[in-house]
Design a protein around this ligand. Structure first.
Ligand code: FMN
Length: 364
């Protein structure tokens, strides 16, 4: 999204009264304040990342990675174990949305009900947007289902019924292809099925991540909804862009994904901008490295040093993104295998000033 001429007041003057630019969003009984959601992202938005986002503040609703309903059921039956992606879900603070995917109503309903009743999650979200081959083509789930709005409605209705009173939401793309954009039909089917909100990523499945998110198309859905809140998603990277999105496109909420992977403090910047307050500065390189090491420790506690080191490579690259020297850092950090190598590479090559030995040892 491009930004033009943004000042950042938190209210829009409309005649006699000042109307908040982005009032809290309601998803059933859940109040999302500010109406800025952290996007579900497979491979990234696990408990450690969510904890970082929570500590930094400013996101109104956090979400897990997408979880296969079938995988959940089969794994539990076979090994008596829950999916790794449920790490933290039982105990972490609310509000929290858990996203599930499948094309089978019984699977989705069974897992949705477990999440609602046993795990007491705030929101059960269903994925109808994933374009990845294994999910869309092979498993005929995610964005594959967009070609059949009626079926999407049936799936949502089953899950709504199974999860009641926990709210159920859906996340979609504009359609399967540029020639078959049908987000209005799908959104209406989702609303008629009793969903409590819908998120629309302004691309088609065919687009994958090419081009830019089409916010005009997202905005066009709004007049076709009776009561269900609309959350817009795609390409928002700064607080100013979010302010502009609320002003221009009239969605009830926005969802932020990639931009907050390396800058999880983006949410608090957005929160301040929406409230008309001064925007907190970006973290300095030294603060960012501290955060990175804290993030690493959360992963080590869960997965042990070896697996955590491998997992942390991808986050470390995101943290460095956009800083001079990021490329060299990425080259080195992509190879690390042990905690010692990881710390060494962060100390030497993370873009910005070197950490003091003292601050590193504190994190050990
Ligand atoms: C690595 C990665 C993993 C993703 N995983 C999911 C997922 O599990 N569920 C989902 O609904 N969307 C997923 N998405 C899509 C994002 O939620 C979001 O819709 C998309 O990135 C556009 O928003 P952004 O421009 O703010 O990143 C993923 C995106 C990325 C880049």
């Amino acid at each position: 999204m491009t930004t033009r001429g943004v000042s950042a007041p938190g209210t829009e003057s409309s005649g006699a009264s000042d109307v908040p630019l982005a009032p809290p969003l309601r998803i059933g009984p859940v109040v999302v304040d500010p109406p800025v959601l952290q996007a579900p992202m497979a491979g990234f938005t696990n408990y450690a990342y969510r904890q970082i986002v929570r500590e930094l503040g400013g996101a109104g609703l956090l979400a897990t990675e997408m979880i296969s309903a079938r995988g959940f059921v089969y794994r539990e039956a076979r090994d008596g174990e829950l999916p790794d992606r449920l790490w933290g879900v039982r105990d972490e603070p609310r509000p929290l949305a858990v996203q599930i995917w499948d094309n089978d109503p019984d699977m989705l309903a069974a897992v949705g009900q477990r999440l609602a009743q046993e795990f007491r999650v705030s929101v059960v979200d269903i994925n109808f947007g994933c374009p990845v081959r294994n999910i869309a083509q092979r498993a005929r789930s995610g964005s594959y289902l967009l070609r059949e709005p009626e079926r999407v409605g049936q799936l949502v209705a089953r899950v709504v019924e199974a999860c009641r009173p926990t709210p159920v939401t859906a996340k979609i793309r504009l359609g399967c292809t540029r020639d078959t954009i049908n987000a209005i039909d799908v959104a209406q089917a989702v609303e008629d099925a009793g969903a409590a909100a819908i998120t629309v990523h302004g691309r088609t499945a065919q687009d994958m991540f090419r081009g830019s998110a089409d916010w005009q198309r997202i905005a066009q859905i709004k007049p076709h909804l009776r009561r269900m809140p609309l959350i817009g998603n795609g390409d928002l990277t700064t607080a100013a862009e979010v302010v502009e999105a609320f002003r221009r496109y009239g969605t009830d909420g926005v969802m932020i994904g990639r931009a907050a992977l390396g800058r999880p403090w983006l949410f608090r910047q957005i929160q301040a901008a929406l409230a008309g307050q001064p925007i907190p500065p970006d973290l300095t390189p030294a603060q960012e490295r501290e955060l990175l090491m804290h993030h690493y420790q959360l992963l080590v506690q869960r997965f042990g040093p070896t697996r955590a080191t491998v997992l942390m490579r991808r986050y470390a690259c995101r943290y460095a993104l956009g800083r001079p020297g990021a490329r060299m850092f990425r080259t080195y950090v992509s190879e690390v295998r042990t905690p010692e190598e990881f710390r060494e590479v962060v100390l030497r090559y993370f873009p910005g000033q070197a950490l003091s030995a003292d601050s590193l040892s504190k994190r050990r």
